[in-house]
Write a protein that binds this ligand. Structure first.
Ligand code: URA
Length: 434
């Protein structure tokens, strides 16, 4: 088999067989295939697309490039969750302990911030002492004991994705549904869960900006899950505007704790409740979503979800007292408020610009390996649709000695629009693929 023939076949829009995809993935991961040929194949895939069968075969080849976590020693259905990433997206931090408090088993491997989006691992690391680098044996022990554990992916999980993602990042081949879905799903399948709920974000602050793209990505990932024998569902949720009020690492942990106390913002509560309910159904805890939603509501009201979060923090080396005392979380010394220049309605609060503003303050990375500032970020004091008066505070920026403040203020001004009429309310749950 010659790699150049595979490139030409894909260039001409013809499908590749599982054997050819195995050969391609093996060659690209081991380095036997030079980066220029690998990049040419990635571009051909981006331009020509792939059938569902090809995408499943590509995912399978990537999955087999590394280790797969064996969770079979933990009894019960293990339910994973993945978000395609957004701004203010603290869903996993609330959802994993909440679903575990309702009886689900939720082993979770998460990522770091990417571009303007935040990362669950960066947020959790703002809790003093919290470790995301547990060994697989420690991970399993915490899942067994607490019902959930959130760590980072180990280097041995899907090395093919590490290689391909690096090439895609610099060859204009990130925006390809088969490449995105095989990248995400190979890692999710390697985590060893038997069921999976995907939160596919859609809108200004998401990878998929329009509904059609989000639907296609959701369908592609669900098809891969089913091919691999893992019960998979996707929920398409709005990411036009940040989720909740807080954007920034420790600020989002504080808001997650509020939510687990039953005092979360309405949009976050809606998304978490919906996803948790689907996880309970897939995990065999409840037979219908209605009963599952009321179980989730009881776990919030009783504080059981918060208790589970505190146990998870403790077992992962963190200071669990943060759930009762937020002064233990890092806080930025500076505050600056952006106020309304006129009265009217907030017609837009753009997630992407708010994410960029938080990053300018230091909440995210400019380059791989940069340290993030756990304390800085933005708290939205209004939501899209709110009526505001001239001079009313709209956003509060938490900064460290003015670092990045001018750029952050400029991005915040770009994010927010005030108009004369209230916009139509936009639902948080936009669709589902089962
Ligand atoms: N997240 C991933 O893990 N892979 C992609 O290709 C895009 C987002």
């Amino acid at each position: 088999m010659r790699f150049v023939d595979l490139i030409a076949r894909k260039r001409d829009g013809r499908p590749l067989s599982p054997e050819e995809l195995d050969f391609a993935v093996e060659g690209m991961t081991s380095g036997a295939v030079p980066d220029y040929q690998a990049s040419a194949l990635l571009m051909a895939i981006t331009l020509q697309g792939m059938t569902d069968d090809e995408t499943a075969a590509l995912t399978d080849a990537m999955l087999r490039s590394g280790d797969r976590v064996d969770l079979s020693g933990i009894p019960g259905i293990k339910v994973g969750k993945h978000s395609t990433g957004g701004v203010g997206d603290k869903v996993s931090i609330v959802l994993a302990p909440l679903a575990a408090a309702c009886g689900a088993i939720v082993p979770k491997m998460s990522g770091r911030g990417l571009g303007h989006t935040g990362g669950t691992l960066d947020k959790l690391e703002s809790i003093p002492g919290f470790r995301v680098d547990l060994t697989i044996a420690e991970f399993k022990a915490v899942v067994r004991e607490v019902g959930t554990c959130i760590i980072g992916q180990t280097a041995r999980l899907v090395p093919a994705d590490k290689k391909l993602y690096g090439l895609r990042d610099v060859t204009g081949t990130i925006d390809s549904i088969p490449l995105i879905s095989s990248s995400i799903m190979s890692k999710k399948l390697a985590e060893g869960s038997n069921a999976l709920v995907l939160d596919v974000k859609c809108g200004d602050g998401a990878f998929m900006r329009d509904r059609q793209g989000a639907q296609a990505l959701a369908q592609s990932m669900v098809a891969i899950g089913h091919h691999a024998g893992v019960r998979t569902e996707a929920v398409i949720t709005d990411m036009d505007t940040p989720l909740g009020a807080a954007v920034g690492n420790s600020l989002e942990i504080a808001e997650s704790i509020d939510m687990l106390r039953g005092a979360g913002p309405a949009d976050l509560t809606a998304v978490v409740t919906h996803l948790a309910s689907r996880m309970l159904v897939l995990g065999g805890i409840e037979s219908d979503a209605h009963a599952a939603a009321s179980l989730v509501g009881r776990a919030l009201a009783s504080g059981k979800g918060l208790e589970t979060f505190a146990r998870m923090i403790d077992r992962q080396g963190g200071d669990a007292r943060v759930v009762d005392d937020r002064t233990l979380l890092p806080a930025a010394p500076g505050r600056e408020r952006l106020t309304a220049s006129r009265s009217g309605y907030v017609t837009r609060l753009g997630a992407q610009a708010i994410g960029r503003a938080a990053n300018a303050l230091g909440a995210g990375r400019r380059q791989l390996g940069d340290a993030v500032d756990s304390a800085v970020g933005i708290v939205a004091m209004v939501k899209a649709g709110d009526a505001v008066g001239e001079g009313q505070p709209l956003l509060e920026l938490h900064h460290r000695d003015g670092r990045g403040l001018a750029a952050a203020l400029a991005a915040c001004r770009e994010a927010i629009t005030i108009g004369d009429t209230a916009p139509a309310p936009r639902p948080k749950i936009l669709g589902e693929v089962r």
